[in-house]
Design a protein around this ligand. Structure first.
Ligand SMILES: O=C(O)CCC(=O)C(=O)O
Length: 282
C-alpha cells in the first residue's frame, strides 16, 4: 500500500506527491518568515456557537495560522454547499516566497488533474498552517505529544495542495471512519520539503484523510513564537475559497464578531492587517 519505494515523484489519478519539492533556499526563507508569525491557539466552540449535544468545548490540538482568509474553528470552517457565509474572514496575504511557489503548484495541479476536478476560477487563495508537536505543561514541564489529526475532509472546492517541513508524518486516506485495515485507500510517509496535491472523487470527495503520527527522531524542534509547545513538523495546506465567500471582519454579524474578537485582538498584537481590520468602521 506504500506509494513509493524510492524518493521518486508519484502520480496517480487524483494524487500527486513530490518528496523533495521545496528547494533548500526556499525552505530557509519560509522558515525565517514563519519565525515572524505568532500562531494562536483556538477553541473549537464559542458563546454563540456552543458545543452540540455529545460534544464539549475543547482547545485545538495545535496552534495554527491562516493566510488569505482565516477560518476560525468557532465559525465552523468553510463547508459548501450550505456553510459558505460568515466563515472565512479576510486575513493576511502570502509572502512573496509562497506566492512564487504557488504559481508552480497551481501549474502542476492544472496539468495533473482532470479538467472537471479543477473548478473555474480555482486558485490556492487560502492557507492553513498547522504546527505539530508536543504541548509543554507550564508547571511541570512535562511534554505531551499532540502531533496527529483525526479523519476529516477538506471541504473547499477543488484540489488541495500540502507542503510539509520537519519530521516525517504518517498520512492515510481512508474510506469511512471505522478503523478497519481494509478501509485504507493509500498510506505513506510525508517527507520534509515535500508537496502533496490531492483532489477528485476518490481522494477529495469520498476518502477522509488523517495524520496518524509524526516521527520524533531529530530532536531539533523549530524555534517559533509559540509558548508551551515544541514544534517538530509544520504543514501548509493550500485551498480555494471563492472570493465572494471571503468576508471582512467588520461585515460579520455582531455575535460572530464578538466570538472572534479575542483572537482578532491577539493577532493584532503582531499584525498590521488585523490591527486595520479592528480599526475599520463598522
Ligand atoms: O498535516 C498534514 O499533512 C495534513 C493536514 C490536514 O489534514 C489539514 O490541514 O486538513
Amino acid at each position: 500500500m506504500a506509494i513509493r519505494k524510492n524518493k521518486e515523484i508519484y502520480r496517480t489519478e487524483g494524487l500527486f506527491y513530490h518528496p523533495s519539492f521545496v528547494k533548500r533556499e526556499e525552505k530557509a526563507e519560509i522558515i525565517a518568515w514563519l519565525q515572524t508569525l505568532f500562531p494562536i491557539w483556538e477553541m473549537r466552540y464559542s458563546e454563540h456557537n456552543p458545543p452540540p449535544a455529545g460534544d464539549e468545548q475543547r482547545q485545538l490540538k495545535r496552534p495554527v495560522y491562516w493566510l488569505g482568509n482565516w477560518q476560525f474553528a468557532c465559525l465552523n470552517y468553510y463547508h459548501p454547499p450550505k456553510g459558505i457565509h460568515n466563515r472565512c474572514v479576510r486575513a493576511e496575504d502570502y509572502p512573496q516566497v509562497l506566492k512564487k511557489m504557488l504559481t508552480v503548484i497551481e501549474g502542476i495541479t492544472k496539468s495533473h488533474f482532470k479538467r472537471n476536478d479543477v473548478p473555474k476560477d480555482w486558485t490556492l487563495n487560502t492557507c492553513l498552517i498547522n504546527f505539530y508537536g508536543s504541548s509543554i505543561d507550564p508547571v511541570t514541564g512535562k511534554k505531551t505529544d499532540q502531533a496527529r489529526v483525526g479523519d476529516h475532509k477538506d471541504f473547499e472546492l477543488g484540489p488541495v495542495a500540502s507542503v510539509s517541513f520537519g519530521e516525517r508524518a504518517f498520512f492515510q486516506f481512508v474510506l469511512g471512519k471505522k478503523d478497519l485495515k481494509n478501509n485504507i485507500v493509500k498510506e505513506f510517509w510525508i517527507d520534509d520539503s515535500s508537496l502533496q496535491i490531492f483532489g477528485g472523487e476518490l481522494y477529495k470527495e469520498k476518502a477522509f484523510h488523517r495524520v496518524q503520527r509524526v516521527e520524533n527522531k531529530l530532536k531539533n524542534p523549530f524555534k517559533l513564537n509559540v509558548e508551551y509547545f515544541e514544534t517538530r513538523r509544520i504543514n501548509f495546506t493550500f485551498r480555494y475559497v471563492p472570493k465572494e465567500h471571503i468576508i471582512d471582519y467588520k461585515n460579520l454579524p455582531d455575535e460572530l464578531r464578538s466570538d472572534i474578537l479575542p483572537y482578532m485582538e491577539q493577532l493584532a498584537q503582531h499584525s498590521e492587517h488585523f490591527r486595520q481590520a479592528l480599526r475599520s468602521p463598522l
